[in-house]
Design a protein around this ligand. Structure first.
Ligand code: FES
Length: 109
């Protein structure tokens, strides 16, 4: 009887390009915070959805936005599939493209 109420652990996988890595993300956990905990060097600053530094292009899969990305991303970026990793939870396995941080003194990608 108790098993009927037991929460089933649910994990999705995010494939991150161009880093060519895959990591598990617990359902309900924010993409950025989970990736950082697992050692991924994901560009970020505020972690609260106001700077846009953590943006990534969602190539496949489905996420749930925890706030309206339109406050930070341009309509063009949203049309191109950009998401904010710090304000996204996963609804399925996903594939994203991030822009690694440029080294100081180098031209930004
Ligand atoms: S880290 Fe600033 S918007 Fe995500």
């Amino acid at each position: 009887m108790l098993n009927a109420f037991k929460k089933i652990a649910s994990t999705s996988v995010v494939k991150i390009d161009p880093l060519e890595i895959e990591i598990p993300i617990e359902r309900g956990e924010r993409l950025l915070s989970s990736a950082l905990k697992q050692g991924v060097k994901w560009p970020h600053r505020c972690k609260v959805g106001s700077c846009g530094t953590c943006k990534a292009i969602l190539l496949s899969g489905d996420i749930k936005a925890q706030l309206n990305f339109g406050y930070v991303l341009t309509p063009e970026e949203i049309d191109e599939g950009y998401i904010l990793a710090c304000q996204s939870t996963l609804k399925s396995d996903i594939h994203v493209l991030i822009k690694p941080r440029a080294k100081k003194g180098k031209e930004k990608i």
